[in-house]
Design a protein around this ligand. Sequence first.
Ligand SMILES: [Zn+2]
Length: 86
Amino acid sequence: MTKKSSTGQRRSGENKSLPCKECGDIVYNVDSNCISSTCWRCVSKQINPNSLIVSDLDDAAWRDLLKTKIFNTNGRSENTTAESEL
Ligand SMILES: [Zn+2]
């Protein structure tokens, strides 16, 4: 899948697109002086390796995450109200 950017080549050429050096994803609006680029995903992963990138989650991982969150909130709030009311 290669798209040739033949649409309106700008002579000013301030920005260009480069593949991310980590994952190969195309990074847009890179400074024309840049030789290599890193996409925001890889940047955020470098900053925080534990960061969750929602679009990277598959269905199972996403459900897992939702479950954990839902169980945490429900479990806690139900327990506390039940205990305090009884
Ligand atoms: Zn990347």
